[in-house]
Design a protein around this ligand. Structure first.
Ligand code: AMP
Length: 479
């Protein structure tokens, strides 16, 4: 078995590796570390969870270590290694690792990202640090405020470059890269090599970078069991609740699950729904402050929160070790997001299960995922377990409104209210769906009840027509 000693790393780095508990390099580390140590450029196809941070972080530290010094002068601690990441969470996580790897050296490492007070960051930058992790926008803010100078950067890392492009950071990245010395080492990591990524690499890496690919499908297939359930849209929440309550050890609840949704609003509402049925859940999405996200994350890490509902952007790069289960409540719009999502589980060799709920509307998205991941799902139809709706708390958002006998959408925020109103407007009672009342009329086989007297078909038609606005007024879902 290979070991970290084989790379000839400085003992101060090896001691940090030992403290982190890493015993053997991961495949990406095996491949990347020697190349980065030699000073080569790298184009790495590796997602978060493969150990890529150490793959670039350890050799990066080794390379700038000869210039490390203990002087207090900020001028003696210029930024020599710059890591750009798409999100604050990833920035935080990467930096945390880099700080840990450099702990026994005099090198200073730190992180800057948007959404939080810029002043403490500027103060940190002014004191000087050699290893800086940053999100592009905030870094440019600091540059324009002259809190940091990038003219001595020797190594730049573009982490999750595909996501940075997706998020529209290309102009910012280009500006930043143009500020760096031309003679530098560049490392680019991306889950996939799209034409845009190749173009970025062509423009900013030296010719013929070393291309390193960690076989994503294989490594995923080995450690992650992927399953696809087909479900009626209206049953999704109940099916999810069933899963959360029964798929844990010995048929008990799952206690550490990341649930992915496509929209912030779904994120908020789903977390609240889960909480109402007694599941410890929290949400992280783009509208939450950094502090709120960190609180949620910390709760999840410590086990106080069992279910973390997340959007793709918020969950990007979350470092939660050995997450046993990821559930895609929504099929992601982009197949690449699927790869990222399920990368949260089965990390560093641990076993994981990635479950996805798909409705009939999701067929094309599922096909795109199958094409990208080169597999065919065996779709399993699933329905919620029978439950006593009236007394049950399983679908709290659809509380039975006893007096009116219809399912109503409870609303908590103005946005919820707007959606509920839209739904109410669009509501069509089941008896009238996909039917032409006039055409169907003769075929309705039903004995008229006392109150429906008397038969006269035109009257019946009239009554049915009237039901529609009443049901809409009640805001009933009825399906
Ligand atoms: P990354 O892909 O860099 O986000 O790393 C994923 C997780 O694997 C992090 O929690 C790392 O601390 C951990 N890790 C990285 N390298 C190793 C290794 N060689 N052995 C065990 N765990 C590792």
């Amino acid at each position: 078995m290979s070991s970290f000693e084989q790379f000839g790393l400085d003992p101060r780095i090896l001691s940090a590796i030992a403290r982190m508990g890493y015993t053997a390099p991961t495949p990406i580390q095996e491949q990347a570390i020697p190349v980065v140590l030699r000073g080569g450029d790298v184009m790495g196809a590796a997602q978060t969870g493969t150990g890529k941070t150490a793959g670039f972080g350890l050799p990066l530290i080794q390379r700038i270590l000869p210039k490390a010094n203990t002087s207090m002068s900020p001028a003696r601690h210029p930024v020599r290694a710059l890591v750009l990441t798409p999100t604050r969470e990833l920035a935080d996580q990467v930096s945390e690792n880099l700080v840990a790897y450099a702990k026994d050296t005099p090198l200073r490492a730190g992180v800057v990202y948007g959404g939080v007070d810029i002043r403490p960051q500027a103060e940190m930058l002014r004191k000087g640090l050699e290893i800086l992790t940053a999100t592009p926008g905030r870094l440019l803010d600091h540059v324009s405020q002259k809190a940091v100078n990038l003219s001595q950067v020797e190594i730049v890392v573009l982490d999750e470059a595909d996501r940075m492009l997706d998020m529209g950071f290309l102009p910012d990245i280009s500006r930043i890269l143009q500020m760096l010395p031309a003679t530098r080492q560049s490392l680019l990591f991306s889950a996939t090599f799209s034409p845009e990524i190749k173009k970025l690499a062509k423009n900013f890496l030296r010719p013929d970078p070393k291309v390193i690919e960690v076989a994503r499908q294989n490594s995923t297939a080995e450690t992650v069991t992927q399953e696809l359930f087909t479900v009626n849209d209206r049953d999704k929440t109940d099916v999810l609740i069933d899963m959360l309550k029964t798929r844990g050890p010995e048929g008990g609840p799952l206690t550490q699950v990341l649930v992915f949704v496509n929209a912030k609003i779904t994120c908020r509402r789903l977390a609240r729904t889960l909480e109402r049925v007694g599941i410890n859940a929290d949400a992280i999405h783009g509208d939450k402050t950094q502090e709120e996200r960190q609180v949620a994350l910390e709760g999840f890490r410590t086990g106080a929160i069992h279910v973390l509902v997340a959007t793709d952007v918020a969950a990007r790069g979350l470092d939660i070790k050995e997450l046993p289960c990821v559930i895609n409540y929504d099929v992601p719009y982009s197949a690449e997001d699927y790869v990222h999502r399920i990368g949260r589980t089965g990390r560093a060799g641990a076993k994981g299960v990635a479950t996805m709920l798909a409705t009939s509307e999701d067929t094309r998205l599922v096909q795109a995922i199958e094409a990208l991941t080169k597999q065919t799902f065996k779709a399993i139809p699933i329905s919620p377990q029978p439950r006593n709706r009236r007394g049950s708390s399983s679908s709290p958002r659809r509380g039975r409104d006893e007096g009116r006998g219809s399912w109503t959408e409870r609303v908590d925020t103005p946005e919820d209210e707007r959606i509920a109103r839209e739904r109410a407007r669009a509501y069509v009672p089941p008896s009238q769906r996909h039917r032409d009342p006039l055409f169907d009329m003769p075929y309705i086989e039903r004995a008229p009840s006392e109150t429906e007297k008397k038969p006269a078909e035109p009257m019946y038609l009239e009554r049915r027509e009237k039901r529609r606005p009443v049901a809409a007024l009640l805001g009933g879902r009825g399906h």
